[in-house]
Design a protein around this ligand. Structure first.
Ligand SMILES: Nc1ncnc2c1ncn2[C@@H]1O[C@H](COP(=O)(O)OP(=O)(O)O)[C@@H](O)[C@H]1O
Ligand SMILES: [Mg+2]
Length: 324
C-alpha cells in the first residue's frame, strides 16, 4: 500500500522583497515569486523508511508542510493512506515533528507530553503509560521532571520525537530530525527511526545530512531547487558504481613504487605504506602484479563504492549546471 503519494506537487511562494528602482532614489516593495517545488511526484510504501534529501532550500520542508496541511500546493495533489489531504481519520494516524520545533519552555518534559496527549484526546491512564514508554524510547526518563528550557538541543529534538509518537502513528513524518545534533545525538535518532520501522511504522523524514540517511533509508528522493533529481533504493542509486580501487602496499623500493604510482589517480604515503587509488580495476590488478614481482606486500585492495555524499555532489552539480 502506498502510504504517501504525490502527483505533480508544485508550490510558488510570493515573497515581499525590498527593491530599488533604477534611475530614481526610491525604495519600494516588490513581489518576488519563488518556485519552491516543481512538479514533484513520488510515493512512499508501507513499512519503509523514506528519505527526502537535499540541501537547504531544496523544497523538503515545503513538501512536508503540504502533506501536513500547513501549506497548500499551488498545483498538484497528494494522498496519505489513500485519502486526500486533510482527512481527519488519517491525521489521527500520523505523527509529525516539525523542523526546529519550538516548545513551551516552562513546561516539564512530562507535562509537555501530557499536554499534547490531551490534544489527541487520549484517556489519562493510557496516556501516562504511553508517556513512560516514549520517555524510555528517546532516553529522557531522567529528564521527565525538568523544564524544557533546561533541555539541550538534542534533548529538545528527542522530546519532539516522543511527542510525534504519542498517538501511536502508522506514519511518522519528521522534518530534519537530526539537524543540530552531534554525532552521538544523530545516532540516537537513527536508532529510534530504525525501531519505528521494526514496529511496523512508515517513516518519511527529511535530511541534508546524507550519511545519516544513507545508513537507514530504504529509498530516497533527492531534491534540488524544488526539483526531483533522482529517486530510488539506496543500492540502486549507488551500487553499480564502484568508482575507485584503493590499494595499500608496503615493502617496495622507491623506484619500483614510482612504477606503481604512474597509473594511480592519487597517492598517499605514510609509515612505510602507500595508498594508491586507481579508477580502473585492471590498473589495480596490474599494480598488484608489479608489486608482488618486486617483493612488495599487498596490505589491502578495497573497491570503493560511491557514498551518497559523493553521488549527491556529482548530481547536484550536474543539475545546477543544467539549470543555471
Ligand atoms: N513561507 C515561505 N514564504 C516564502 N518563501 C518560502 C517560504 N518557505 C520556504 N520558502 C522558499 O522556498 C524554497 C524551499 O524552501 P524549503 O521548503 O524550506 O526548503 P528545505 O526545507 O529543503 O530547506 C526556499 O527558496 C525558501 O526560501
Ligand atoms: Mg527544511
Amino acid at each position: 500500500m502506498k502510504v504517501v503519494e504525490t502527483f505533480g506537487l508544485s508550490k510558488t511562494y510570493v515573497q515581499d522583497v525590498l527593491g530599488t528602482e533604477y534611475g530614481r532614489i526610491k525604495f519600494r516593495l516588490r513581489n518576488r515569486k519563488v518556485d519552491a517545488l516543481k512538479d514533484l511526484s513520488f510515493s512512499v510504501e508501507q513499512g519503509e523508511i523514506f528519505g527526502l534529501l537535499g540541501p537547504n532550500g531544496a523544497g523538503k520542508t515545503t513538501t512536508i508542510k503540504i502533506l501536513m496541511g500547513i501549506h497548500f500546493a499551488s498545483r498538484g495533489t497528494a494522498t496519505l493512506m489513500g485519502r486526500p489531504l486533510g482527512d481527519l481519520e488519517v491525521k489521527r494516524r500520523i505523527g509529525f515533528l516539525p523542523e526546529n520545533p519550538y516548545f513551551y519552555d516552562y513546561l516539564k518534559g512530562y507535562e509537555f507530553l501530557q499536554y499534547y496527549g490531551q490534544l489527541y484526546g487520549m484517556p489519562k491512564r493510557r496516556l501516562n503509560a504511553r508517556i513512560e514508554e516514549l520517555l524510555d524510547l528517546v532516553g529522557l526518563s531522567h529528564a521527565a521532571n525538568l523544564p524544557l528550557k533546561g533541555y539541550s538541543k538534542g534533548m529538545n529534538q528527542r522530546i519532539g520525537l516522543a511527542q510525534s509518537l504519542l498517538n501511536d502513528p502508522q506514519l511518522v513524518i519528521l522534518d530534519e530530525p537530526q539537524s543540530g545534533l552531534d554525532p552521538l545525538g544523530r545516532k540516537e535518532v537513527r536508532d529510534i527511526i530504525l525501531k519505528l520501522k521494526e514496529e511496523g511504522r512508515t517513516v518519511l523524514f527529511s535530511s541534508h545530512i546524507l550519511s545519516d540517511a544513507e545508513m537507514i533509508c530504504d529509498r530516497v528522493a533527492i531534491l534540488f531547487k524544488g526539483e526531483l533529481i533522482n529517486i530510488g533504493r539506496m543500492n540502486e542509486l549507488l551500487s553499480a558504481k564502484t568508482y575507485q580501487y584503493e590499494l595499500i602496499v608496503s615493502g617496495l623500493q622507491a623506484d619500483k613504487m614510482d612504477a606503481l604510482k604512474k597509473g594511480a589517480s592519487k597517492v598517499l604515503d605514510a609509515n612505510h605504506e602507500s595508498m594508491l587509488i586507481y579508477t580502473e580495476e585492471a590498473q589495480a590488478q596490474e599494480a598488484i602484479r608489479t608489486a608482488i614481482q618486486h617483493g612488495g606486500a599487498i596490505r589491502s585492495l578495497t573497491p570503493r563504492t560511491e557514498t551518497l555524499e559523493e553521488y549527491f555532489i556529482r548530481n547536484v552539480k550536474k543539475g545546477g549546471e543544467k539549470r543555471a
